[in-house]
Ligand binder design. Structure first.
Ligand SMILES: [Zn+2]
Length: 262
């Protein structure tokens, strides 16, 4: 009994130390974050996951769409304030209105998105959102939450006694290792989506795009109806609520507006 208590205390302390040593703040919003992955690990993970996507999807490098993604992506990246990121903006030839980002600044836009993104400013709303996920390190944050959940399981297993199931122990060990891709492509939480919208509006304004174009983009998306893309949908409020939220965020974003220097 006493020995179990000691083990339990040890596990709890380990988690506590990890939590304390892993506090971060999201850019622009100042939200407190728990991230226990350093930037180098994060970038290595993003780079290797990006290679997998590039191998498995049809990447478009020559169309007008691809050129627009590169053009807008570079402008947003230039104001994102992360020179250490190796920004990549890829276009995937697929008729799905979607986009996603991997840790460390690897952004993918599907050609199907151009049915709703009618010009550079509207595309900037999407890319700004994805860059927002990247600089707020949402992937690493989600990963960290999962690791702690698994450590928690392990701690509980030790506490309740003796037989830590091999599966739980293995999961905890695996979660420590980088490269297992734990949850990297799971949907973001609503908190993350809202925050990415907010940061995205600010970034597009800083890059010289009128943030109101985000409203037009989401109205176009809403008008399309039908099945919504996974990244934008699953945990996200309906288009209507999103449009309402964006409207409220516009004054803040406009304060960052700088006309683009040609
Ligand atoms: Zn998102």
């Amino acid at each position: 009994m006493r020995r179990n208590m000691k083990k339990w205390l040890f596990a709890a302390l380990t988690v506590a130390v990890l939590v304390v040593s892993a506090c971060a703040k999201a850019p622009y919003t100042g939200r407190n974050q728990f991230i226990m992955m350093d930037s180098q690990q994060e970038m290595a993970l993003g780079a290797s996951e990006a290679q997998k996507v590039i191998k498995s999807e049809q990447i478009d490098t020559t169309s007008d769409y691809a050129r627009a993604v590169t053009r807008v992506g570079r402008r947003i990246a230039a104001v994102a304030g992360h020179p250490e990121y190796k920004w990549e903006f890829h276009t995937v030839k697929k008729d799905v209105p979607n986009a996603f980002c991997l840790p460390g600044g690897k952004i993918f836009v599907y050609t199907g998105l151009f049915e709703a993104a009618k010009d550079d400013a509207q595309l900037a709303a999407v890319i700004g959102h994805e860059v927002g996920h990247a600089i707020a390190r949402h992937g690493a944050e989600r990963y960290s939450t999962q690791v702690v959940a698994q450590l928690g399981q392990l701690g509980t297993a030790i506490a309740v006694g003796s037989q830590t199931s091999p599966e739980v122990a293995q999961a905890a060990v695996a979660a420590y290792g980088i490269g297992v891709g734990v949850g990297i492509l799971l949907p973001y939480s609503r908190t993350h989506e809202y925050e990415a919208d907010r940061i995205g509006l600010i970034l597009m304004a800083k890059a010289g795009y009128n943030p109101e174009a985000a409203l037009t983009f989401w109205q176009n998306m809403a008008a399309k109806g039908g099945k919504k893309p996974p990244e934008f949908l699953s945990t996200h409020p309906a288009d209507e609520n999103r449009i309402k939220a964006i409207r409220q965020l516009l004054p803040e974003a406009k304060g960052y507006y700088r006309p683009a220097s040609s």
